[in-house]
Write a protein that binds this ligand. Structure first.
Ligand SMILES: Cc1cc2nc3c(=O)[nH]c(=O)nc-3n(C[C@H](O)[C@H](O)[C@H](O)COP(=O)(O)OP(=O)(O)OC[C@H]3O[C@@H](n4cnc5c(N)ncnc54)[C@H](O)[C@@H]3O)c2cc1C
Length: 464
């Protein structure tokens, strides 16, 4: 038997691609090395982190209930129960992925998958290996945490996104290396659980892919809440002892300091899983380990596509992986397919305050030669934000002065990761600033701030 498609890897890229292939009636198999389907996102990424962040938010409300006129004595955090709840959420959705495979008649092949010559995939499991014939392969093997040289993660002291999600207690102090989305989310989460958090970033600002003003605002709020934030900081010489970790940091002012903490989270980026998957000897081209693809997700090797965290030049995000999977499978099935637009991929960071962004930052738009108009509206002036007691942040619109084209949208504040949906739709449907000005936003809502920010592009916001 020859498959139409074999997908290697069952993360959000791989399993969604397999489902879509099944929907198109393609004979499909998915290969997964783990005993659970769902990948990083479901098991040690998006879903469990957001489960913990939700609890952190609820717990924060219990810490200061008087602000809402509620007295609550003896509230306590039962951390093993928090982890149990997170595991239940993950477990429920892992079962969901298994169900989807059955529903769409997808064969699940357990083991390590690799390309084994044109039209062939080899699956190794428990010392056994089997080869399958297929017309197309979709590589969706994802990524793993990068480590500092010489360091090894363990269950309590040196943590990656995997170990930190299964801690049995909240560390009294937590140092974090790296202030990308993963680092800042865990900083926000464990700070609210009660850890003394210090965040060290080598680059000049935290969340470096975001608009500069967003980075500044997050750093301001983090510092105000008691999180130590050091940018331009380089960590070296990490030593692990029974009672904690200790390392040296060279700070932005060139002074060196010894830092001690109960645990160290290493969140310095993600390495693509492109080793030992049979790429050698093919026409697949790599860029620092990432796979180069054309706009249809085709690699240089005929019949081999790549999607998700292994793709060069794309953000490492679950919804990007899924969207790339849709493109690859539509192309395989001979359907109409619109390649993805790099500037319409939203980013969402679930800190407190949250971040949602899409499109060009102000600096990128200027660098690309646009004459830019900025509309900005602070949540300070939004009545629903006052009701929620969440005043930090703003909505920032980056627009082209000439035609009112929306170039980018950058939100930091309450529910920013939900609000950004309006921006993505506006950009996808090529709406202009004018359309959004005439879009009526319900009152009182957080998303009214969007309407105000669009008005602010022409200096016409009402409530500031
Ligand atoms: C802590 C954390 C939080 C995150 N939060 C978010 C978020 O909120 N929103 C968001 O959009 N993104 C988030 N991400 C990023 C997101 O998890 C990834 O972008 C996404 O999982 C990538 O999906 P993927 O399908 O490319 O691969 P993965 O999810 O990495 O899955 C790859 C799968 O392939 C399997 N595999 C690898 N090699 C082989 C092989 N040779 N044979 C068989 N199987 C193999 C792996 O076991 C794995 O199951 C987060 C990441 C982390 C680490």
């Amino acid at each position: 038997m020859t498959y139409d498609v074999i997908v290697i890897g069952s993360g959000p890229g791989g399993y969604s691609a397999a489902v879509r292939a099944g929907q198109y009636g393609l004979k499909t198999a998915i290969v997964e090395r783990d005993n659970k389907l769902g990948g990083v996102c479901l098991h040690v990424g998006c879903v469990p982190t957001k489960a913990l962040l939700h609890t952190a938010e609820v717990w924060e409300h219990f810490q200061h209930p008087e602000a809402d006129g509620i007295h609550c004595d003896n509230a306590r955090l039962d951390f093993p129960l928090v982890i149990q709840r997170k595991n239940q959420i993950v477990g429920k959705h892992a079962k969901g992925v298994e169900f989807l495979m059955k529903k769409n008649k997808i064969d699940v092949l357990r083991g390590w998958g690799r390309l084994a010559g044109p039209g062939r995939v080899e699956v190794h499991n428990d010392g056994q290996s089997q080869t399958y014939e297929t017309r197309n392969v979709v590589l969706a093997t994802g990524s793993e945490a990068r480590m500092l040289p010489g360091l090894k993660p363990d269950a309590r002291r040196i943590l990656t996104n995997i170990e930190i999600l299964d801690l049995t207690e909240v560390p009294k102090s937590l140092a974090i290396l790296g202030a990308g989305a993963v680092g800042v989310e865990f900083a926000s989460c464990f700070h609210r659980f009660g850890s003394k958090v210090s965040l060290f970033e080598m680059l000049p600002r935290i969340v470096p892919v975001e608009d500069e003003e967003v980075s500044k605002e997050l750093a301001r709020v983090f510092k105000k809440s008691g999180i130590r934030v050091e940018t331009g900081a380089r960590a070296d010489n990490v030593q692990v002892a029974d009672n904690g970790v200790r390392f040296e940091v060279t700070l932005a002012n060139n002074q060196t300091e010894t830092v001690e903490a109960d645990a160290l989270l290493v969140a310095i980026g993600r390495k693509p899983n492109t080793e030992n998957i049979g790429i050698e000897g093919t026409r697949i081209e790599l860029d620092r380990g990432f796979i180069k693809c054309d706009p249809y997700q085709r690699t240089g090797e005929p019949g081999v596509y790549a999607i998700g965290d292994i793709v060069a030049g794309m953000p490492q995000l679950a919804h990007v992986a899924t969207a790339e999977g849709m493109v690859a499978i539509a192309h395989i099935a001979g359907k109409d397919v619109t390649p993805l637009h790099r500037n319409r991929m939203p980013g969402a960071t679930y800190t407190e305050p949250g971040i949602g962004s899409v499109g060009l930052t102000e600096a990128q738009a200027i660098a690309q030669g646009y004459k830019v108009r900025i509309g900005k509206f602070p949540f300070q002036a939004n009545s629903k934000a006052t009701i929620l007691g969440q005043h930090d942040g703003f909505v920032k619109i980056v627009a082209d002065e000439k035609h009112g084209e929306i170039l980018g949208m950058h939100i930091i504040g309450p529910q920013a990761f939900e609000l950004i949906g309006e921006g993505v739709l506006a950009m996808e449907s090529e709406s202009t600033v004018d359309t959004l000005i005439h879009t009526i936003h319900a009152h009182p809502t957080i998303y009214e701030a969007m309407g105000e920010a669009f008005n602010a592009v022409y200096g016409m916001a009402i409530n500031v």
